[in-house]
Design a protein. Sequence first.
Length: 74
Amino acid sequence: MEFLKKYLFEIIFSILGIIGGYAYWHYVGCASGQCPITSRWYTSAIYGMLMGFLLGQIVRDYVAKQKSKNTQNN
């Protein structure tokens, strides 16, 4: 439970990234099959998951910074 609490933003954004990567492959994709990321659904989903994870870390750091800033002002 501690792990889930610590990495909640990363998990949520990773799941959204997987969905977004798959949706990108499905709706936009690569017609020729020569694109390294979007030619297969799983590479697009993994890339989306990675981007989601990194974005989740940025959001977590921003939220933590805002919380510490608010506690210092009070």
